[in-house]
Write a new protein. Structure first.
Lengths: 528, 346
């Protein structure tokens, strides 16, 4: 059906795909798995004609792929249902289905359009009224509509990018039923998921990518879960490349700091029953002085929301947060900061930095009240403060007055950390602190987090990056808003990834009833 | 002429990041604030060549005096723009605030414009400022609490307040302005109009606040990246609200000076000014996207606009063409700012 061979894609100096290959047969359900940055999304862009590969070839049923930019031709072959909706929210389902290709010349015949839409949806067993506005659809129905639209273009390969991330168990069940049905009509699926259990439930073949390379392709039935995780993490033999990178510095650090954490000290951070609807279940956390706690979890696992709730960016649905025994008013950033919570936001461009302003201004954003009397901010003190930060964090800059937009990613991130540390917080909450920085900065940044803990504060790292989590004394793995596992310092990549990907230990399996056997009698589509 | 003089900074910025990192940036950033100073100088030279009347004290003081009212509006708008918002209603505030204040204090009998006579006459100025502040606060309520689009909300306010003024003043100018209300606009201190000193003083205060007060510095952070400001513990909504109120008060104060200067509240006071206000702010280097610009730059923007008009008047360009030229300057300024900032964006 589709075959990609030797695909290379570079973005500047980074290689996003390194001679990648993939082949999906007609009627097959093919899983594409890999950790963040493995090259999955780039491959999808290449397969859907959004990006032109630098090298290599993509063929559809033996014919070469359409020209780059020939959108209509691509749409006839392949479609991708993204996590983010591609429908126009204020138009009706019928309009969305025929957007840009209304039949006939001249005026739009609404009645005919609706009838056609109804027929199309019926053909694929999608039970949605074509007059509904797209924004009023649930996630599940919206996905069905998008799949139907893709199929109506003639595409027989559908790429599903994390389709289950926002669905509940029943929705996942109905989605899988639908997909099985479509496969019997010869539609092939490329299924991208962080949820390995679903790979086993739905797919026949799995392809693993790691570090921009194709690692293996194998029938799901012949590949034990263990081996799949090993292939993803490169932790263990038979996985060339990344194996050596991880374990080197772990033993050096973890035991030393683990000793420093004081198990009986008054916790620097404690939450009791902290919860936010649709994000995470009631959570009791304790971070002790000198401890670095990791909150591991993939996208939409709720760990980011926990971080943002702790620092007051989101108002929790219930529960309490206290820092060094003192309660913190929830849902207010100034109060959280005053209470001693330092915050390194998830995306430095979104929430971390004011790009046009100087290093000094950004680094002192949280301490403007300490830089002069009577609400003044003295430039000399600002400069001195920033200079101290630049020195202690080794920020590479021409001086405190340089705009942060001119810094490299790693140094920008250091400025964000400087801002968080400026108030000498009791506990540092860092969300994906090393996203998009080079290896050397990564070590430096994580070293800073360790140093914060060593100085008697606590730290909380929210991340899905194993390198980030490796510096933690303790790691809680989250899945669908719940803690599914807790690890001390001696976890292996394999265990943690398995927990984050929702692969629970035997016996504690997820309640989703999504086995293939019972699907025959459930072909009626989603109940409404 | 403005075009060619402004070309240089634009190109210099373009070269900056491509060349060495760091040092040149700082110099360009400094230079950007002063970029209109040579333009003003060139305009002066042209004015001198065009007409001997240009360099007389009377003419120059006239230019500066005319700049004060516009200048105060630009000051308010600049603060609002830096914090990432915009307020179109300032041009109506400059008229409606004095009208409401006078309406409340003027006696209900005896003059052409009959007020309510509710409050003593000396309260006129505080009342006027309070009305301005309230209008700003109302804009803040619309934008920050109801989360409606700021552009359209203040456009609605602009029209509504103009209508309020016309309704109260019955479409006429108010000429029986009390002496206390006139004083600031027509007094002379140390050989120059008091309005000029007041305007300069307020610019200096504003500049100091932006440079040296934590809440002033916060405006740049809020305008540059509100999410980052919020994550850093800055009370974004509260500060924005205060800035909008201050902007309204500055517009009201401009109204007091204007009324004093001309001895009456004209029915069309401030009508159509908002375009000049934006033009001056943009020429002066204030970014419409927020987070960038200085008050000094804004002030030079005001002076440039006024000088252009003055030089053209002296040079015999018929006043009927003023509007055309003003519009062209705004467009040229926008193009320049697009290139100057477009290069810097990534």
């Amino acid at each position: 059906m589709v075959r990609a061979e030797g695909v290379v894609k570079r973005f500047g100096p980074t290689v996003a795909l390194d001679h990648a290959q993939l082949a999906v047969r007609s009627g097959e359900a093919h899983a594409l798995v890999g950790r963040n940055g493995a090259g999955k999304s780039t491959l999808v862009s290449v397969l859907t004609g959004m990006e032109r590969p630098d090298e290599g070839e993509v063929t559809f049923s033996g014919e070469p792929a359409p020209g780059y930019g020939d959108t209509a031709a691509w749409q006839r072959r392949v479609a991708c249902v993204y996590q983010k909706s591609m429908v126009v929210p204020h138009l009706t389902v019928a309009e969305n289905l025929y957007l840009g290709r209304f039949q006939g010349a001249g005026r739009i015949r609404w009645r005919a359009l609706r009838e056609e839409a109804r027929a199309l949806l019926g053909e694929y067993g999608v039970d949605v009224d074509p007059r509904t506005r797209a924004k009023d659809l649930g996630v599940e129905q919206r996905q069905f509509v998008e799949i139907a639209r893709a199929l109506s273009f003639g595409a027989r390969l559908i790429i599903l990018d994390e389709p289950t991330a926002q669905l509940d168990a029943g929705g996942i069940d109905r989605l899988f039923t639908k997909l099985l049905e479509l496969r019997r009509q010869g539609v092939a699926f490329l299924f991208i998921s962080h949820h390995l259990q679903e790979v086993y439930d739905l797919c026949d073949t799995v392809t693993v990518f790691r570090d921009a390379r194709h690692v293996l392709t194998a029938p799901v039935a012949d590949l034990p879960k263990e081996d799949l995780v090993v292939a993803m993490t490169g932790d263990g033999e038979g996985a060339p490349g990344g194996a050596s990178r991880a374990p080197v510095r772990v033993p050096a650090r973890a035991p030393v700091t683990a000793r420093k954490a004081d198990p009986d000290g008054e916790p620097v951070l404690r939450t009791e029953g902290l919860t936010l609807e649709d994000e995470f279940a009631p959570l009791d956390l304790v971070v002790r002085p000198g401890e670095v706690l990791g909150l591991a979890g993939a996208t939409a696992s709720g760990n980011t929301a926990i971080g943002e709730t702790l620092v007051g960016l989101r108002k929790p649905g219930g529960g309490r947060v206290s820092v060094r025994g003192r309660p913190v008013r929830s849902g207010s950033v100034p109060h959280a900061i005053d209470a001693g919570i330092g915050y390194v936001p998830e995306d430095r461009h979104d929430q971390g930095l004011v790009l046009g302003r100087s290093v000094a201004e950004n680094a002192t954003l949280t301490v403007t009240d300490q830089l002069g009397p009577y609400g003044t901010v003295l430039p000399s003190r600002t400069r001195a403060f920033a200079q101290r930060m630049i020195t202690s964090l080794d920020i590479k800059t021409s001086g405190p007055a340089q705009p942060v937009s001119g810094l490299s990613g790693g140094n920008q991130q250091k400025v964000v950390i400087a801002r968080a540390l400026a108030r000498e917080p009791s506990v540092l909450v860092a969300i994906r602190p090393t996203a998009g920085v080079d290896v050397k900065s990564k070590d430096a940044l994580l070293g800073v987090v360790r140093d914060v803990a060593a100085a008697g504060s606590g730290a909380l790292i929210v991340s899905d990056e194993l390198d980030d989590l490796r510096v933690c004394d303790r790691v809680l793995a989250f899945f669908h808003g719940r803690v599914v596992a807790e690890f001390g310092s001696g976890w292996s990549d394999r265990q943690l990834v398995a927990a984050m990907e929702g692969m629970t230990e035997p016996g504690t399996d997820r309640t989703t009833d999504s086995t293939a056997g019972g699907t025959e009698d459930r072909t009626g589509g989603p109940q409404t | 002429m403005i075009g060619t003089a402004r070309q240089q900074p634009a190109e210099a910025v373009a070269d900056g990041p491509a060349g060495a990192r760091g040092r040149p940036w700082i110099d360009i950033a400094r230079w950007r604030d002063l970029s209109l100073v040579p333009v003003i100088f060139v305009l002066g030279v042209i004015g001198f060549i065009v007409s001997p009347a240009f360099l007389t004290e009377d003419n120059l003081i006239g230019v500066v005096q005319q700049s004060t009212e516009l200048g105060l509006l630009v000051l308010g708008e600049a603060l609002i723009l830096i914090s990432g918002r915009m307020d179109l209603s300032l041009e109506s505030t400059i008229a409606v605030a004095p009208v409401i204040a006078l309406w409340l204090v003027l006696p209900s009998h005896g003059a052409r414009f009959e007020g309510l006579g509710l409050l003593p006459v000396w309260t006129a100025i505080p009342l006027c400022l309070a009305v301005g502040g309230l209008i700003g606060a109302a804009n803040g309520f619309l934008m920050l609490k109801l989360r409606v689009n700021g552009f359209i909300a203040t456009l609605g306010m602009l029209t509504m307040l103009r209508g309020l003024q016309v309704g109260i003043a019955e479409g006429q100018s108010i000429v029986n302005v009390p002496e206390s209300f006139r004083y600031l606009g027509k007094a002379e201190w140390l050989g120059a109009p008091a309005a000029v000193w007041l305007c300069l003083g307020l610019y200096a205060l504003g500049g100091l606040a932006l440079g040296y007060l934590r809440h002033g510095r916060a405006l740049y952070a809020i305008g540059g990246n509100p999410e980052a400001a919020r994550a850093a513990g800055i009370r974004v909504d509260r500060i924005t609200w205060i800035v909008l109120s201050v902007g309204g008060m500055l517009a009201a104060f401009a109204g007091i000076l204007y009324t004093g200067h001309y001895g009456s509240v004209a029915a069309t006071q401030g009508n159509g000014w908002i375009f000049q206000v934006f033009a001056a702010a943009v020429i002066g280097g204030i970014s419409l996207k927020g987070g960038r610009g200085t008050l000094f730059g804004a002030l030079t923007g005001v002076l440039t606009l006024q000088l252009v008009v003055n030089v053209m008047t002296l040079g015999g360009v018929p006043p009927l063409w003023n509007q055309f030229i003003n519009g062209s300057i705004i467009i040229v300024a926008l193009i320049i700012s697009r290139y100057a900032s477009g290069e810097k964006q990534d």
